[in-house]
Design a protein around this ligand. Structure first.
Ligand code: NOJ
Length: 540
C-alpha cells in the first residue's frame, strides 16, 4: 500500500513550529531539531509518516508564503536550499515523507515573471498573467477577491487591469498560456528530482476562469464578505482543469511513490462531489481535501453523514482523506468547545480521524489541544483579519507558536514570537503531556502506533452506523480476520448503547477515559454504558 494511503500526515506551519535562531519565526533547522518528536522510530514519539509544509519559498509574505517570488529556492527566514536538503535527508532517514505546498494559481506581485509582465504590454511575459482592458471605464467583470475588494487591479502604467483571486499582491497566472504550464511543470520536476515526496496544491479549482469572463450571479448568504454573496460559477471549477490534472498526474507518477493532494475551495457546507470530481477516475489528483468536517456541527448524525457521503462520492477507486483542522480554519477543539468536555471531545475526534478509512491529516498542535484564540488587533498579521476586523478575527488564531514546554515562550523561541503564545501553554504543552499517559498527546500517540500495526485500520473496509437515539456514531473496519469497532458517544450525557447483533466483541483496546492501550474484556452484557463523549475502539 502506498505511504500516502496508509500513513498519517502532519501539517506544519513553518513560521510557528520551532525557531532555531532566535528571530521569533520558526525555520527549517527548527523542524529538523523536532523530527525525533514526530517520529524517532520508537513508540515514544508521535509516529507520523509524512509532513506537509506550508510554503517555505522566497516571498514578501503579504500572505505568509502563499505569495511566492521564486519557486526554486527557500526564503531566508526559513533557511536555504542546503538546509532544505538536509531536512529531506533527515526526514527520510526517519521514514518521514515531505510534502511541499504548491501555490501556482498565483505568484507574488514581486515574482520576476510578474515584474516583467507588468513592465509593458509588449513584454514576452505579458500573457503569463491575466490582463484585460477596462470595460466602460470599469473592471472587466464583477469578480471579487477572496480577501476583500474587487478581483481586478488597475495598472496605471499600461492602462489595463490584472486579475487576482486573493490580494492585489497575488496576481493570478494565466493557465491558458502553454508557456505557464511548461514553466510550472519544469519547477515541479525540479523538486521531484530533489526527492520531494508530494505536493499539496493550493486552491486547485481556481486555476481556470470562465473563457468568456461572464459575471458571477449574486445571492443572499450571511457571510460577512461581499465575496460570500456571489455564486462562484465562473471563477472556479472550470472543465479545463481536469485535462491539466491528468497531465500533472502523468508527470508526478513517472517517479515512484509520489503524490498530490489538492485544496478545493468550496462554499460552506461544501458538496463532497466537488472535491471528489478532482480525483477523476483515479487519473487526476491522488487525493483532494474534503472540508466537510470543517463545516460540520457537533453531532453523531452530522459526522456520519460526512463519512457516508464522501465514501459514496469517491466510489471504489479513489482514496479518501480526512482533516479536522488546518491553517485557514478555527481549530476543531475550539469549534467543538464545550465547557467541561473539551478533552473528551478532542480525544473522540482523534480516535475517529485516525481510524476512518482514508488518510488522516493532522494540524500541528492539535495533539496537545491548542485552541484558536483571537489575536488582539495590535498583533494581527493575517491580511484577512486586518481587512475584516472585528467581524472576522483572521487566521492568526490558529497559527500560534507550537507549545513545547511550560518555559519562556513555550520553548518555541528565545526571541520575540511573531504571534502571541497560546495562553494555556503552561498546561497544554508537549513536555507536560508526554509525561502523562492519560493526556491528549498520549492518546494520539497510542492510536497512531496501534494503527501502524493494523491492516484493518489502514486498509480495511468500513461500515458505518448510528444508534436509534442518534447520539452514537459507530463504524467497523475489517480486513481478513481482523476487525475493529469504533464507538463514539457524541452526547454530553451518559448513554446506554446496545452492541449491534452481528458484533462479537473481544476486548476494548482504546478508551478516551482511560490511559494507554487497554486489555479489557467485554463479556458482562451486550448493553454497554457510555460516558459523556465517550469513545472506544473495540476489537471484534
Ligand atoms: C489557500 C491557503 O490555504 C490560504 O492560506 C491562502 O491564503 C490562499 N490559498 C491563497 O493562496
Amino acid at each position: 500500500m502506498s505511504w500516502w494511503k496508509d500513513g498519517v500526515v502532519y501539517q506544519i506551519y513553518p513560521r510557528s513550529f520551532q525557531d532555531s535562531n532566535g528571530d521569533g519565526i520558526g525555520d527549517l533547522q527548527g523542524i529538523i531539531d523536532r523530527l525525533d518528536y514526530l517520529n524517532d522510530g520508537t513508540e515514544k514519539s508521535l509516529g507520523i509518516d509524512a509532513i506537509w509544509l506550508s510554503p517555505i519559498y522566497p516571498s514578501p509574505m503579504y500572505d505568509f508564503g502563499y505569495d511566492i517570488s521564486d519557486y526554486e529556492s527557500i526564503d531566508s527566514t526559513f533557511g536555504d536550499l542546503k538546509i532544505f536538503q538536509k531536512l529531506l535527508k533527515e526526514a527520510h532517514k526517519r521514514k518521514i515523507k515531505i510534502i511541499m505546498d504548491l501555490v501556482v494559481n498565483h505568484t507574488s506581485h514581486l515574482h520576476p515573471w510578474f515584474l516583467d509582465s507588468r513592465s509593458s504590454k509588449k513584454s514576452g511575459k505579458r500573457d503569463w498573467y491575466i490582463w484585460k482592458d477596462p470595460v466602460d471605464g470599469k473592471e472587466p467583470n464583477n469578480f471579487l477577491a477572496t480577501f476583500g475588494g474587487k478581483a481586478w487591479t488597475f495598472d496605471e502604467k499600461t492602462g489595463q487591469y490584472y486579475y487576482h483571486s486573493f490580494l492585489t499582491e497575488q496576481p493570478d497566472l494565466n493557465w491558458r498560456n502553454p508557456e505557464v504550464k511548461e514553466a510550472i511543470f519544469k519547477m515541479i520536476q525540479f523538486w521531484l528530482d530533489m526527492g520531494v515526496d508530494g505536493f499539496r496544491l493550493d486552491v486547485v479549482n481556481l486555476y481556470y476562469k470562465d473563457a468568456q469572463w461572464r459575471d458571477n450571479p449574486s445571492r443572499i448568504f450571511k457571510g460577512i464578505r461581499p465575496f460570500d454573496r456571489m455564486v462562484h460559477i465562473y471563477d472556479r471549477d472550470q472543465p479545463e482543469m481536469h485535462e491539466l490534472l491528468r497531465d500533472l498526474r502523468t508527470l508526478v507518477d513517472k517517479k515512484k511513490d509520489r503524490m498530490t493532494v489538492g485544496e478545493v475551495m468550496m462554499d460552506p457546507p461544501g458538496k463532497v462531489e466537488i472535491p471528489a470530481s478532482y480525483y477523476g477516475n483515479n487519473d487526476e489528483l491522488h487525493m483532494a481535501f474534503n472540508f466537510a468536517f470543517l463545516y460540520s456541527f457537533w453531532g453523531a448524525s452530522n459526522f456520519k453523514k460526512v463519512v457516508d457521503e464522501w465514501e459514496a462520492a469517491l466510489g471504489e477507486d479513489n482514496w479518501p482523506n480526512y482533516t479536522l483542522s488546518n491553517h485557514d480554519f478555527r481549530r476543531h477543539i475550539t469549534r467543538y468547545h464545550t465547557r467541561k468536555l473539551d478533552m473528551e471531545r478532542a480525544k473522540l475526534t482523534a480516535l475517529m480521524l485516525l481510524t476512518l478509512r482514508g488518510t488522516p491529516f493532522l494540524y500541528y498542535g492539535e495533539e496537545i489541544g491548542m485552541e484558536s484564540e483571537r489575536v488582539p488587533k495590535k498583533d494581527l498579521q493575517d491580511p484577512l483579519g486586518i481587512t475584516y476586523w472585528p467581524f472576522h478575527p483572521g487566521r492568526d488564531s490558529e497559527r500560534k507558536p507550537m507549545c513545547w514546554d511550560g518555559g519562556k515562550n513555550g520553548g518555541f523561541t528565545t526571541g520575540n514570537p511573531w504571534l502571541p503564545l497560546y495562553s494555556e501553554y503552561e498546561n497544554r504543552n508537549v513536555k507536560k503531556m508526554q509525561e502523562d499517559p492519560g493526556s491528549l498527546w498520549s492518546f494520539y500517540r497510542d492510536i497512531i502506533h496501534f494503527r501502524k500495526k493494523s491492516k484493518a485500520l489502514k486498509d480495511g473496509s468500513i461500515v458505518t452506523g448510528i444508534d436509534s437515539s442518534e447520539k452514537v456514531f459507530y463504524f467497523t473496519r475489517a480486513k481478513g480476520k481482523e476487525k475493529y469497532h469504533i464507538v463514539m458517544n457524541f452526547s454530553s450525557e451518559d448513554t446506554p448503547f446496545n452492541l449491534p447483533e452481528d458484533w462479537i466483541p473481544k476486548k476494548v483496546i482504546l478508551d478516551n477515559y482511560e490511559p494507554g492501550i487497554q486489555d479489557r474484556t467485554i463479556v458482562e452484557s451486550r448493553d454497554i454504558h457510555l460516558k459523556p463523549c465517550h469513545a472506544l475502539l473495540i476489537e471484534g
